[in-house]
Design a binder for this molecule. Structure first.
Ligand SMILES: [Cu+2]
Length: 382
């Protein structure tokens, strides 16, 4: 309601200003100011110099942007194919920068040089085949080269060798969270369908499928360094997009179909945290956070926790109100740590079984997970 009122006030204000300028025009009738609608030499000169002013503005703004926001772009890629993506991106940036630097100067300089003058007539110039050939062939060759290189990189990155030893992981998207399903020992995901969604089986895994028995469902994904991870994406509701910026990976998650992406992580989380650029970035973030904390504590609120770097899986399709916060932590472990993590997980079949079984131990408040030693010990002591 308030915004509607503000809009109405703004519209009325605009109408009032418009009426005022009309009154102002009427007061000028009879005076010798130039009210001609045809541009004079003076007008053309002003426009010509403004062209140079605008040229200076776009160059200064480009250089300012490059220095101010340039360092914010993603740094070292954490996947084996990442360098290829970065290379393609950098070549494209450099080409755009060169072409724009040349064409903008020419465009604005000629607009200034041939600005209108009294008595000067525009030259009628139908066409020039040689010129048109030059400015068609050069961009065609450059673009064809760029596209060919892009296609080569794309097929390289998207190729998944079925024979290769990979770790198969499902990424399941729904408004507004991610869930991962690790294929387990057999490295094959059990079938799934929304109709099977029930209780702890939130992904609708077909528990009658033999391949589903060792599947592990997690809300924080661990993957091993140095091995290709084969992701299979599904969505429960709307279009989502699995985006892992540090791994230079992104793939749409489409309801009703499975999409795929595979990459090999080359830095563990611990190693990536130790990269000099990341140390600097984290300390900058923490400097800002501690400054904010001082203000928060002064107001009587709790201070902010210090930030530590983690790989994240984000959603890159605007999928609804909480899209911005749709994320899952991904930890890249050494192969040994990964094995250890895997052995600590309870598979879905077990979880379903425990959820369905009545409490086995008298006095137990809730079903106990097989590997939950602390809880087992607690019950044993009763
Ligand atoms: Cu989403």
């Amino acid at each position: 309601m308030t915004s509607l009122l503000v809009i109405i006030v703004l519209v009325l204000l605009a109408v009032a200003l418009w009426q005022l300028t009309k009154i102002f025009d009427l007061t000028q009738v009879g005076s010798d100011t130039d009210s001609s609608q045809v541009a004079s030499d003076n007008d053309n000169n002003i426009q010509g110099y403004l062209m140079f002013g605008f040229l200076a503005f776009i160059y200064i703004f480009s250089i300012y942007g490059l220095f101010t926001w340039g360092p914010l772009v993603l740094h070292t890629p954490a996947s084996a194919h990442g360098a290829q993506v970065d290379n393609l991106m950098n070549i494209t940036w450099i080409l755009i920068f060169i072409v724009q630097a040349i064409t903008q100067v020419l465009l604005h300089y000629f607009a200034f040089k041939y600005r209108g003058k009294k008595g000067q007539k525009a030259l009628y110039f139908a066409d020039n085949n040689k010129l048109e050939a030059i400015w068609s062939v050069i961009p065609a060759i450059v673009l064809a080269g760029l596209i060919l290189y892009g296609l080569y990189a794309w097929t390289n990155i998207m190729f998944i060798d079925d024979e290769e030893d990979t770790v198969v992981v499902e990424l399941y998207a729904q408004q507004f969270k991610w869930t991962a399903r690790v294929a387990g020992e057999d490295n094959v995901l059990g079938k799934a369908n929304v109709r099977y969604i029930e209780g702890v089986n939130t992904l609708g895994v077909d528990m009658a499928d033999a391949y589903a028995q060792d599947d592990i469902v997690v809300s924080e994904l661990h993957i091993p360094k140095g091995k290709k991870i084969h992701f299979k994406m599904r969505s429960q509701d709307v279009l989502h997009s699995a985006y892992m910026p540090y791994f230079r990976a992104q793939m749409n998650c489409v309801p009703g179909m499975v999409t795929e992406f595979a990459f090999e992580p080359i830095y563990t989380t611990a190693e990536y945290r130790e990269l000099p650029y990341m140390i600097e970035k984290v300390s900058n973030i923490n400097a800002i956070r501690s400054k904010k904390s001082v203000a928060l504590v002064a107001k009587g609120d709790a201070a902010l926790d210090p930030y530590a770097f983690d790989y994240l899986l984000l959603c890159n399709k605007i999928c609804g109100a909480s899209h911005y916060n749709m994320q899952m932590k991904i930890v890249v472990d050494t192969p040994e740590d990964y094995k250890k993590w895997l052995s600590e997980q309870v598979n879905l079949a077990q979880q379903v079984k425990e959820a369905n079984a009545p409490a086995a131990v008298e006095g137990a408040d809730a079903p106990v997970k097989a590997n939950d030693t602390a809880a087992v010990a607690k019950i044993a002591m009763k």
